[in-house]
Write a protein that binds this ligand. Structure first.
Ligand code: GLN
Length: 484
């Protein structure tokens, strides 16, 4: 452990502050704490932490990048924030995000979009910038650009892993229930997880050690005790002690339909990494890709339906979002999703899509259970392409009619682009690989594994996801540390 002096901590903090201000143009932060209140009590080797703006920090703004919460100050700390502060770390600010976590590009923010780190030095033309991924894009950029040491995010369907992949860093989404969500502002409550973004797997492991565990304030954490898979952990320990790698089996998918819409270079990189892992001695096992069918439509049905309930509290209407407050307080993407969510939860469509989604989700869980009888971990890509540009996320839906929205929902399920909807299906392609494990509540580590050339995005990497069975969070992280 480096032996930082007290001076070094305040020095490191000041250094991060000056970089945040120097690189203001990337717009990674919504609020910056110019003075860390607990600097005197912090530990000399404390970490400087950025926190996504949907996690509460006591007495500071928690806006979820939404106008509707622009004046909201949290009365208490989220449990994860409280733990980090008690352990002697410093919080440097609140990071930009897609409003309420709804998005994949960090474009849908009331505080302007966050830019990909490549735009920090203004060396790459900025008329249509690359996105950093979302919705934890501010956190990803803060870590990638060393504006902090590590960052907290949230991951409902990929919001930690995707920006980690686009920004070339490591992201971890724990099992649903492993880490307290007390103080995380809801998006879709059956899917939301607190996650984090770091420069390497070891920092991810450190945070896991410090943040996981039951919390009386979040009942979903209470039955996640002793879920570790000790057989797998022992195998990894043996490998670390010089034992054979073939005791660990890694599942992969080769079915061509899994790669539809994927950039061929990313497909190639995926198989290259698989070959490397095989050469290193791991036991690679081919897995059928059953679990992906319908998962995007299922996810977006559940996420929008749950969001339409959880966000109804902001206008006091509890069920029917009050029109005026909604019109003024939410951005267009949130409004669109809330309308879709209420259409989907209406009695007319309830069985057709909402209930069907629950059945599909159940089947996806079973598919994964089945997969983990054949291998210890499943290894798949995190995203299928380079980061897109901002314009991909901008489309005109301001005045879309209810009937048209309903047609959009039907088109989700028919898996075809609807005539009046321009780009959402393409934006969804970003989520293809991250959503299935979210639906099953599984622990996933996303990490950069292989350099991929791009004319403008220097040092871009192919990112892979290591997915484990529910509760096998430690196994996933330890596996990552032997692959790094
Ligand atoms: N892109 C997905 C969505 O828009 C996931 C977002 C998230 O994980 N918060 O819902």
């Amino acid at each position: 452990m480096p032996n930082f002096s007290k001076y070094a901590l305040s020095d490191r903090y000041a250094n991060c502050l000056s970089k945040i201000s120097k690189y203001k143009n990337v717009n990674a932060f919504i609020t910056v704490f110019d003075n860390a209140e607990n600097l005197d009590s912090a530990s000399s080797d404390g970490k400087i932490i950025a926190v996504k703006d949907n996690l509460c920090v006591k007495n500071s703004y928690t806006t979820c990048a939404s106008k509707i919460l622009s004046n909201y100050k949290s009365p208490n700390n989220a449990t994860v924030v409280e733990k980090l502060l008690t352990q002697g770390n410093l919080i440097i600010g609140k990071t930009n995000m897609d409003e309420f976590g709804m998005g994949s590009g960090n474009v849908y923010s009331n505080y302007k979009p966050t830019l990909h780190p490549i735009h920090a030095e203004d060396s790459v033309p900025c008329s249509d910038p690359y996105v950093p991924g979302g919705s934890s894009g501010g956190s990803a950029v803060a870590v990638a650009m060393n504006l902090c040491d590590v960052a907290l995010g949230s991951d409902t369907g990929g919001s930690v892993r995707m920006p980690a992949a686009y920004c070339g860093i490591t992201g971890f989404k724990p099992s649903f229930g492993r880490v307290s969500r007390f103080g995380l502002i809801e998006y879709a409550e059956s899917l939301d997880c607190v996650g984090w973004l770091t420069k390497n797997v070891n920092s991810c492991i450190d945070l896991y050690r410090n943040l996981q565990g039951p919390d009386q304030k979040d009942p979903t954490t209470l039955n996640m005790i002793n879920y570790d898979d000790y057989t797998i952990l022992q195998k990894i320990r043996n490998i670390k002690d010089g034992g054979k790698r073939n005791t660990i089996s890694l599942g992969y998918i080769s079915d061509e339909s899994f790669f539809v819409g994927m950039n061929p270079e990313f497909r190639e990189a995926y198989f290259k990494v698989i070959d490397q892992l095989r050469d290193e001695g791991f036991n690679l096992v081919e897995i059928r890709k059953d679990f992906v069918e319908d998962s995007l439509a299922c996810y977006y049905t559940l996420a929008t339906s749950e969001a339409s309930k959880s966000l109804s509290k902001y206008d006091g209407s509890h069920g029917n979002i009050n029109d005026t407050i909604r019109e003024q307080g939410f951005g267009f993407e949130v409004k669109r999703r809330l309308k879709i969510g209420s259409i989907l939860s209406s009695s007319r469509l309830l069985t057709e899509y909402y209930q069907r989604s629950h059945q599909i989700r159940h089947r996806i869980r079973q598919d994964f259970n089945n997969i983990f009888t054949k291998c210890d971990f499943l290894f798949i890509p995190t995203v299928g392409d380079f980061p897109p540009r901002q314009s991909k996320f901008i489309y005109d839906h301001e005045n879309i009619e209810e009937e048209e929205l309903e047609e959009i929902v039907h088109s989700w399920w028919a898996l075809k682009e609807s005539s009046n909807d321009h780009s959402f299906m393409k934006a969804w392609l970003n989520d293809t690989f991250t959503i299935p494990p979210s639906l099953a509540g599984l622990p996933v580590l996303a990490m950069p594994l292989l350099h991929i050339k791009h004319p403008e995005l220097a040092n871009h990497s192919f990112s892979g996801q290591i997915i484990g069975a529910i509760g096998n969070d430690k196994g996933v992280l330890e596996m990552g540390s032997i692959m790094e």
